[in-house]
Design a binder for this molecule. Sequence first.
Ligand code: ZN
Ligand code: ZN
Ligand code: ZN
Ligand code: ZN
Ligand code: ZN
Length: 418
Amino acid sequence: MTIYQMVDFLKDRLNEGLGWISGALQYSPGKMDDSGDKESLWSSEDGKSHDMSLTDEAEENYFSFPIDDSLLQTPDEIEDAIERVKALVLETEGVSEERRKLVQRLISLRLRLQDVKEIQEERGENSSEELRIINHHQFIHQNQIVHRSPQYCDRCGGIIWTVVQHWYRCKGIDTEYIAQICPEVGLPDQNFTCFECKTRFTLKNSWMEPRICNYNGRYFCPICHKNNSHSIPARILHNWDFEEKPVSEGSRQFLILMARKPNINLDRVNPKLFSFVEDLNIVKRYREDIIIMKDFFMTCRDAVAQKLLRRLDEKQHFVESSCMYSLQDLIDINNGTMLKFIEKIHDAFERHIKETCQICKGKGFICEICENEQVIFPFDSATHQCSSCHAVFHNICFAKRESCPKCLRKSRRALNVL
Ligand SMILES: [Zn+2]
Ligand SMILES: [Zn+2]
Ligand SMILES: [Zn+2]
Ligand SMILES: [Zn+2]
Ligand SMILES: [Zn+2]
């Protein structure tokens, strides 16, 4: 066997593995051998009992879902399958069980076709990456084996089996947090199974404690939920509440992965926070100043040579806008480290522009209205910058005028020329 044959052999085995895993993701382990368990009861804390059995209907739906369709990867392959299933539907009788299953398969194939097409559009036609889509996970083929200790999907926090993890890495990254505080779904809606691994909470002779995840409100088994805690984005964003609460391992992994991504637009999510949380308001003002200062540095040789903006490397997104926050930013604002960090940078930037750098200093303004000789800058407090000519005035001076004197002068001059 040559090395190439060996690789092909391994790839084939891997594909089989993917098929099996995608099957496992759709099928609930333990479902097949606990049919004698239908009358078993699970007693909840409130003393009420819940019937653990699944209806025959639900059980049927579960098993009628095809395993092989998840191996179809291209729109052509899926369209082909759709045509074949359509033909089969026409051959079956009006209300037969077989027909019902085929129609269901047709629906799932159409959904899959839509998914695959959308994902293809998203990543562009010419991408050479090999992509496999299983359920909602998008796996990109990795040329090198990557050994990462976490075994959860980057996108959804779901479990990924080790064999897959070595070769494929989920491409999609969720950009939004769940906005609702612990959106509890309830055990019956989960069929009394762990949301992650689908293990049933009631087995014949033992009882497993379902643990709620305070991030997504789902119930998990003790293996998928080890009672580790994390602060919850929705609680922070609604109530500025940073208390750590028990979350599932998958959610914890997701929250840790996402913590430094600036994906929260506070102006949109909850602008009221700025008036309730003083430090947040101060940080916001500093960030707005820094965005204005950035324009000075872009055209200043010294600032470039001194790599001034690089001081924000740790918080790269502060250079791009003033409104996007990461979860870690909010945590740092709450524990006081952010204010110290940004104050130091803000002061250093200000000193460069107003004191040490002749180039930047020369870009300051004299208020045309009061003609006071003190130089002012657009990031100074109590100043107003005209949005069209960018001239800067004292706030109180500008308030007395109805419009910008410089713009007025310009338009008069234009009229005279006519
Ligand atoms: Zn995924
Ligand atoms: Zn579990
Ligand atoms: Zn400068
Ligand atoms: Zn003035
Ligand atoms: Zn103006």
